[in-house]
Every structure is written in C-alpha cells, then in structure tokens.
Design a protein around this ligand. Sequence first.
Ligand code: HEM
Length: 409
Amino acid sequence: MTETATNEVPLGIQLTPLNPEYQRDPFSLLDRVREAGRVIWDEQFGRWLVARFEDVHAILNDRDLLVDPRKANEKSFNAMFRQRLLGEDREPSMLFQDPPAHTRLRGLVSKAFTPRAIERMRPRIEEIANELCDRVEGQERFDLMAAFCQPYPTIVIAEMLGVDPKDQADFKRWTDDSVAAGFDPFASEEVRQRAMRAGEELQAYLRRVIAERRAEPRDDLITAMLRAEENGDFLNDEEVLSMIGLLLAAGNVTTTDLLGNGMKNLLRHPDQAQLLRERPELIENAVEEMLRYEGPVTFSGRIVPDDRVIAGCPMQKGDSITVALGGANYDPRLHKDPHKFDVTREDIDHVAFGGGRRYCLGAPLARLEAQIGVRVLLERFPTMRLAQQELKWKRVPGFRGLEELWVEV
Ligand code: HEM
C-alpha cells in the first residue's frame, strides 16, 4: 500500500458500534486503517480517515482547518449535521463554531472555567466520591456505572455551576435524560420525547438561575461566566445558557466513560490495579494510560477550508476529515507495545482530548475527577473484581463507553 491516499471503501471495515467486532475491539480495526495508508477515503460516510499519530496531531493543530458543519460540501457526511443545525434558529454552541466566534466564546468561558476554579473543587470532589461509595457500602455486588461513574461528574458540575442542593435531584434527572438521548441515535421515540421535555425543563430552570445570579451574584461558575469580560465584551444570557448545555453535554458522559473504561481495564489487569495500590503516586500516569488505552472519544473531525494537500493527500474545499483519536493512540511509531495496558508507561503522549485551539476545555476537570475517583474506589474496595464476562457497550458512534459494569467486592 502506498503512503498516500487510497480510493477504496476503507478495507470493508465497519467502523461503527453497529458492528459487533468493532464493539468488542475498535482498536484492532483502527490498526488496520492506520497501517493501510496515511489517508483513506471512506465512501460510505463521505470523509477522509486519518489514523497515524503524527498526521492526527498535525491536523488537530492546523489553525486553518474548520469545524462548522455548515461549511461542509455536499459529498461530506457533515452535510447531515448541517441540515440539523440550519433547521434551528439559534447559533450552534462553540463546539461547531469557527473563529472569530469560537475565539470570542472560548476566550470568555476560559476566564470563568479556570484551572484555579477546578483545583478549588478538589476537597469537594473527594467528598462526593466517598459519599457515592458510602451508598453501596455493604453490598456484595453492584453496577459501578449506575452507582458511581454516572452520578459522579454530574454532581461535581452541578456544584461548580452553583445548583442549589434542593434542586440537585431534578438537575440530575434533566441532564441524564436530555444528554443521554442526544448521544444515542438509536433512542426510542419515547426516550426522545422524554429527552425533549427534560431539555425544556432544564433550560427553564437554568434561565431562572441565570436571572437570579444577575440580580444576586454568588461564588459559582454561572456567576463567573456572567462576569467574564474581555475588552468590554461579555457573554449574554443565551450564550451562558448554551455554554452550560455544552459543558454538560461534552463533560458528563465522557468523564463517566473514562472512569468506566478505566476501572474495567484495571479490573481486567489485576496486576496493574495492585501496582497502583502499592504506588499511589502513579495515579496521574495511570489516568493518562486510561485515556490512551481506551479513551471515551474515538473520533474527532475537521473541515477543509480550501483545496489543499493534507497528510500527503489532495483534498477539496468543504471535505470532511475524521481523525481516529483511538487509532493514533495505538500508533506503534510512538507507543511501544500499544495493546499493552501499562500504568507505568513512559511513552504516554495521546490525543484523547483532541488538540490545538479546540483542545478539550474540560481536560483539567476530567483528569482531576478521574484521579480522585479511581484512587478512592481502589482504597474503599480493595477486593473489587469484575462480575461480568460479556461487556455491553453503548451504541453511540464516535464514543466508547459501557452500559453497565457489574462488580463484586
Ligand atoms: C472538546 C474529549 C471531558 C468540555 C473536546 C474534544 C475532545 C474531548 C476529543 C474535541 C477536541 C478537538 O477536536 O480538538 C474529552 C474527554 C473527556 C472530556 C475524553 C473526559 C475524559 C470534558 C469535560 C468538559 C469538557 C469534563 C467540561 C465540563 C469540552 C468543551 C469542548 C471539548 C467545552 C469544546 C472545546 C472547543 O471547541 O474549543 N473534549 N472531554 N470536556 N470538551 Fe472535552
């Protein structure tokens, strides 16, 4: 195979969770994509696939490349998203915006969602992790996803935003219902309807809280977003609302899945779990290995701004590029023995949080939550083991996370 593009349907491989082989092990299939060439044309979805670390990294860091699906050309799979976005009268969240709008929104939210604001949450995050463990204390068998991985990030972000403790249960139900269906293209009509109602209730609630914080500022993230200022420019109420929606959508499911996948991998490699118990200072490296080995986001994407050569391949204006984060993270050009789960790994560079100016805004929070969550779970349940042979994966394209994770303690 040449080092440039091929014009084949990618090797007859189905890269979606509808394929049971992909569900079981997407990384071995992505190995085949990565080793077939630098760039592969995927006719089925109308996109270029790139999976080598060096190319993925360069594309993520290329400041000319775009993300707004409204700029995708007709043959591109992003045209589907474009229809959905154009159907709405509101502007999309910054996730789908290009500069200058993206630069402005990201600049303002970064003033509120700072590493300091996150670090300040550390003691509370530790308490929340322990409270969740208290609730299952005494049970011999439980689903770690439902008991811990799912509620944990939602409670943390609710407290950061400044949701009143009395509203926490409603907040959790609304976010779970609305975000989960948004991520699941196979959701039933009933689930979709429930998601829509939950989304409306959540918005109405947040509008009330935003108005309250305008009138009476507090020491929380919503107030910080309302106050964030750059050269006399502020976020308006609708932008704050959209930003909260983005933080919930981009942050909760992903952190849940990092913890779920990470704990599953530790339980499947008891020697690694034992090593981490004996050497707790390895926790930061261990979380990076969890992100590399089975990160929650398998793919990200960019749109080509004009006819040009990318990763050695001539592309056209409006073409979609899908970068396989989960393929780049297994590139043997960078990682020795990539299929080995090793919490002491030194060649730990990964692209699980994307890169460049769109690098995950929540990465410091996700890292902190995962480091504390895994440490507390290992401490509180020293005999925890997997109580499930067949794993059930969520069927959400581009993401990787477990439906359930049954454990015995
Ligand atoms: C963007 C992964 C947690 C907020 C992204 C991107 C990835 C990602 C791959 C796209 C980057 C790109 O295309 O270059 C993850 C993973 C997480 C996680 C694996 C957990 C393990 C969070 C959390 C939050 C968050 C906790 C916030 C509470 C965002 C936002 C963006 C983003 C706002 C858009 C950034 C932009 O467009 O400028 N994340 N994320 N993420 N993430 Fe995360």
